[in-house]
Write a protein that binds this ligand. Sequence first.
Ligand SMILES: O=C(O)CCC(=O)C(=O)O
Ligand SMILES: [Fe+2]
Length: 205
Amino acid sequence: MDLFDPIDRETLDWLEFGASRVGLNQHYVTDQQALYQQLCDECQWSQPAVFLFGKRHKVPRLNAFYGDSGVEYRYSGLTHRAEGWPASLQMLKTRIDSLLGTRFNTVLLNWYRDGGDTMGYHADDEAVLGPEPTIASISLGAPRRFVMKRRNDPKVKREVMLEGGSLPVMAGRFQHDWLHAVPAARRVREGRINLTFRRVNSPEH
Ligand SMILES: O=C(O)CCC(=O)C(=O)O
Ligand SMILES: [Fe+2]
């Protein structure tokens, strides 16, 4: 299976928002429907619950988590512990690491089963990700809107439609200065999987 388009694979368009940076290649994974199906079938999906204002809520999507064995990632009261890489994700990680010069050690997967599954506004700014984390993300399946707003001036908004096969990269001060979300899309019946590759600093890794 040739997942990578030989023309587009090394190119990212960088959108500069001051010192915040978002890079985008809309066609990074060519055989993206096959990878979508493979990950639906092979990953261990769950729907964890988080506590918001003292109430328990299931997250409105499914999650899976992989990475170097023993690496833990905590956010919103959830702890994910990595137990290694499935072959398909290891291959993708190696490819992205050589494109970006990164050494990702985890990948968080979100499966939006249809347009009703969402991700609320947040920043990936946990201390273990470091002060200016580079986070590479792959979207598979249905196109969905990725919306951004400035933390200190929420009227300032940007958005981009992430196509199946796209590679957005968040870098620089993006997590300090901006929040991002994937809003509901009422007419979307198809699923989407998003993978975010992160480097989690942990004492042993
Ligand atoms: O689904 C997406 O495009 C965004 C995912 C995301 O923001 C995250 O996993 O932190
Ligand atoms: Fe995020």
